[in-house]
Design a protein around this ligand. Structure first.
Ligand SMILES: *[C@@H]1O[C@H](CO)[C@@H](O)[C@H](O)[C@H]1NC(C)=O
Ligand SMILES: *[C@@H]1O[C@H](CO)[C@@H](O)[C@H](O)[C@H]1NC(C)=O
Ligand SMILES: *[C@@H]1O[C@H](CO)[C@@H](O)[C@H](O)[C@H]1NC(C)=O
Ligand SMILES: *[C@@H]1O[C@H](CO)[C@@H](O)[C@H](O)[C@H]1NC(C)=O
Ligand SMILES: *[C@@H]1O[C@H](CO)[C@@H](O)[C@H](O)[C@H]1NC(C)=O
Ligand SMILES: [Cu+2]
Length: 587
């Protein structure tokens, strides 16, 4: 594109963003300044916008719509040479990449082609400003999509960076229902090529719904069978023969060209595993955590907890050869050993024709405790301080056994259980003011509508020592959070430890064992937003709450009620004769 045409296009986009900004925020007037194109040497640029743009307050509107069709279906997966039934988007795991530009509108038509499960799709980390009904949580923002039915998710992309979409229906995402969700935008360091998503994943050789039966009874049992790197790996059938172990798995491979800088988007989509990512002989320049660009820092390896993303740049500056890429299990998070820790590898080659196994070695040691990357490293590029706090919620996490001797996680003694057929937003629309206790609803609202106000959630990890090794990756819907404190010791009940000046900001962070996590978020998005542990077993065992934010504004901020009703009617008709009942919290 020539410069003049680019200028005109960007200028038009800039003007239209002032008129038609659906984020309901003040657009940034940058139209008069020099426009700057995003190139390998100017990655901070984005036309009339850039890395300095406060994306919580303003966003481009490209006028462009990206439309995608997804089929949710039963499949047979052979990711590592071991065949098993699974569930996929369009027959592949990971599912198709969804890629849009910052400021695009995204329309995703989802059809449920499963025989015996409902489904829903969640856009992990996406704010969905004033668009709560597209958050994809059955029992909170919608009824499940019944088999044979379709639902169109439709929202504006106001953020940029790396994430994933996944089913939020029970344990389905661990059955294979996830895929890359990439929003192009500026970056805080330069690179030549974007290699896209790189998924870190654990994988069992039996269906998750079967495993679940045992998990509920015994709590912590063995880890998943193996790990996959971007959906693929090998498995040794000689060591564990089985008729389904048919072979054909292969290692993930990536080809580097000497001297080039590559952007890789790491995403942990595991059921319950934390990974340490590294590439032998190479260092990583970390440029973003979740959807938040950070001041670049250099690392030999990076710890990625479930639901988290890190964008890294790797320079191909090692002597040409073959190198192991590692996504090893963090044993201090696991509590139990994985049988094949050495197998969590892929290969980086400098010569695409090479077939050799690398001989490179790693001298890295795993961390002794289950934590996030050091807070001091994760400095947001766009500096935003926490504003005036008008609401504080304190919640204690614990674990208990039900009368049927099944494990449940609790938040202030209440374990989440949703009714898929009666989502929170529908109750709000029907003006029910009191929600069922197991919905774990916490109401938050502003004192003065016109003011900027913030809320705080302090989560204390009170689980007894027997379960005490366990940290929980806590994920927020509808918001980024600002980490006021993240400590491995009990909270003193005061704000003395809180850091409000441009603290770490993201949408998924670890609640340390025996410790606490204090999170601030701006009250700028009316809706029913789930907050939950992203370990799938724990979410199924009820480790979640819902913020009902600015309740009186929710109905008006969500235009389309007919779709919600239609989805619920179809679900209600189908579920009466459904072969299976709800076997967990619902999420
Ligand atoms: C997914 O499959 C449907 C048909 O089932 C097809 O129409 C659609 O284009 C596919 N989507 C993608 C992203 O490949
Ligand atoms: C979903 O389908 C699986 C079989 O694939 C079954 O085990 C599970 O019980 C079903 N869950 C619900 C709630 O329908
Ligand atoms: C990982 O697989 C996805 C397709 O699922 C692909 O788009 C992406 O480029 C792969 N990642 C890398 C780093 O090669
Ligand atoms: C697979 O397992 C068998 C039996 O334990 C062992 O002899 C063999 O070396 C293993 N193969 C590989 C490639 O690790
Ligand atoms: C949860 O329990 C703690 C400790 O008893 C209490 O201080 C807090 O107010 C409770 N939180 C809610 C939302 O009820
Ligand atoms: Cu958890």
């Amino acid at each position: 594109m020539n410069t003049r045409r680019f200028f005109l296009l960007a200028f038009a986009a800039c003007i239209s963003s002032i008129k038609a900004n659906s984020v309901n925020v003040t657009p940034r007037m940058k139209c008069d300044t020099q426009l700057c194109e995003n190139t390998p040497t100017t990655r901070g640029c984005w036309g009339a916008y850039d890395l300095e743009t406060n994306y919580y307050k303003t966003a481009p509107d490209t006028g462009k719509t990206v439309e995608v069709w997804l089929s949710v279906q039963e499949s047979i997966c052979n990711q590592d040479g071991y065949e098993r039934p699974c569930m996929t988007f369009n027959g592949t795991m990971p599912g198709p990449s969804i890629v849009a530009d910052w400021g695009d509108r995204l329309k995703v038509h989802v059809t449920n082609n499963l025989k015996s499960n409902g489904t829903s799709v969640h856009w992990h980390g996406v704010h969905l400003r004033n668009n709560n009904q597209w958050d994809g949580v059955p029992g909170v923002t919608q009824c499940p999509i019944a088999p044979g039915e379709s639902l169109t998710y439709d929202f504006q992309v106001t953020q940029y960076g790396t994430s994933w979409y996944h089913s939020h229906f029970s344990l389905q995402s661990s059955e294979g229902l996830f895929g890359p969700l990439i929003f192009n935008g500026p970056a805080s360091a330069n690179y030549d090529e974007d290699l896209g998503a790189l998924f870190l994943q654990d994988w069992a050789h039996i269906p998750t719904f079967v495993e679940w039966e045992a998990k509920q009874k015994f709590g912590i049992t063995a880890a998943q069978s193996t790990t996959l790197i971007n959906g693929t790996n090998t498995f040794n059938c000689t060591a564990e023969p089985h008729e389904n172990c048919v072979g054909g798995g292969k290692k993930f491979e990536m080809v580097f060209q000497q001297g080039k800088k590559y952007r890789i988007r790491l995403i942990n989509v595991a059921l319950d595993s934390q990974f340490q990512f590294s590439i032998d002989g190479h260092s990583l320049t970390v440029i973003a955590n979740d959807f938040v660009p950070i001041k670049p820092y250099l690392a030999d390896s990076i710890i990625v907890n479930v639901g988290q993303r890190y964008d890294v740049i790797v320079e191909a500056n090692a002597p040409p050869g073959d190198y192991w890429l590692r996504g090893g299990w963090v044993q201090s998070c696991q509590g139990v050993a994985n049988d094949h820790p050495e197998s969590a590898t892929g290969i980086v080659r400098y010569n695409a024709q090479s077939k050799r196994d690398p001989t490179s070695i790693s001298t890295l040691t795993g961390p002794a405790t289950c934590l996030d990357e050091p807070q001091a490293n994760l400095v947001p590029y766009l500096e935003v301080d926490v504003g005036s706090i008008t609401d504080t919620t304190v919640e204690d996490i614990n674990v208990r056994l039900t009368n049927a001797a099944l494990f449940q996680w609790t938040i202030n003694s209440s374990s989440l259980v949703l009714d898929w057929g009666r989502p929170t937003v529908q109750q709000i629309y029907d003006k029910e003011r009191i929600f069922p206790t197991p919905y774990n609803v916490v109401k938050v609202k502003k004192e003065k509508e016109e003011k900027e106000e913030w809320a705080v959630l302090v989560i204390e990890n009170k689980a007894a020592a027997f379960f005490g090794g366990i940290a929980h990756p806590i994920h927020f819907h509808g918001h980024d959070f600002w980490i006021l404190a993240q400590e491995s010791h009990p909270w003193d009940g005061t704000s003395a430890s809180f850091q409000a000046k441009n603290p770490v900001r993201r949408d998924t962070a670890v609640l340390p064992a025996h410790g606490y996590l204090a999170l601030a978020f701006e009250l700028d998005n009316p809706g029913a937003w789930l907050v939950h542990c992203h370990i799938a077993w724990h979410a199924s065992m009820g480790l979640a709450l819902e913020f009902v934010e600015s309740e009186n504004s929710i109905a008006t901020s969500m235009g389309d009620w007919k779709t919600l009703d239609d989805t619920c009617k179809s679900w209600s008709a189908w579920s009466r004769g459904a072969p299976y009942g709800q076997g967990d919290s619902g999420i």
